[in-house]
Write a protein of this length. Sequence first.
Length: 319
Amino acid sequence: MGNACSDGCFGMLGSKKVSQLRACKQDLKKFIDGKNCHPIMVRLAWHDSGTYDQRIKNFPERGGANGAIRFAGEMNFGANAGLDKAKGFLDEFAKKYPEISWADLIQLASAVAIECAGGPAIDMKYGRVAVTSDSECVKSGSREGFSGNAGLPDAKPPFGCGAPTAAQHLRNVFTKKMGFTDQEIVALSGAHTIGRAFKERSGACPFGYGEQGASKYTKSDCLARKDGQKGVGMVGGAAWTKNWLTFDNSYFKDYKLASEDENLLWFPTDEALHTDPEFKKYFDIYAKDQDAFFKDYAKAHKKLSELGAKFEPEQGIKI
Ligand code: HEM
């Protein structure tokens, strides 16, 4: 190890961090693939980042990828229901790899999950500073123009920002508050090609925990993984796609199926992406061209993973 400078050049402590990040990445791959918990790891990281408000300049008041979601102050937002499970999965990694901040660990697990599910490799950087106490969480009602959840989006009306349409709601959340373009909104929404909703969590669908509550595509014997092997993690809920543990462009390609099949999800915020003319341009491209989706998704995911973050060293660490 020594003082080798190839990985961000900031001395002994830095190279120890790099080796822990690399080892942790390998451990996470095995863990996530074994548990089939890819989607919830992605959602945990997105909801840590998603408190970000570009109109607020100071860290950590501006929110973002700072690890605050691990504390009750943010975990208890209604929008975060169920995400304590994902945080719990990461506790053992935080203990084993003390050089890795919680803010980095959460984002690392998400990037690993995307890649493990068959999605693109994301050009991540690390070195995020994590907040250290509950008092540094942002407050649910702290975002101007939003009634709660620090401006995280709602899937259905009434929208917490008062927007009359889902398209306007998406632009209030992602553009006004977080600084994303229309193209980035559509690409990021494609993350719903994996994952599910549960009655007991968001309450956004009638499908819930267990075999009894499951949809046709989320029962224990359903095949959803990219390698066609069995295994769905926790049984239940409903998904946007039939192969909801595989990261591909099914969300775009098969949306008609999703909007017609009551065993699949298609929320007003999903529908806005192919009914609003500006969003639709990108939706149609991603439906036809998976490579274009992967390329744009990887860029937008990287941006999301860095929102509001404070890096030490300033330029971040590549692994
Ligand atoms: C566009 C606005 C968005 C809305 C309205 C929305 C809404 C939701 C809802 C209601 C759920 C179900 C939660 C539950 O019941 O457990 C969900 C799940 C999920 N969301 Fe989103 N979401 C949005 C954007 C995003 C983005 C930007 C990402 C990531 C880049 C993302 C990733 C996920 C994943 C992976 C799940 C599945 C979690 C699991 O299976 O446990 N979502 N979302």
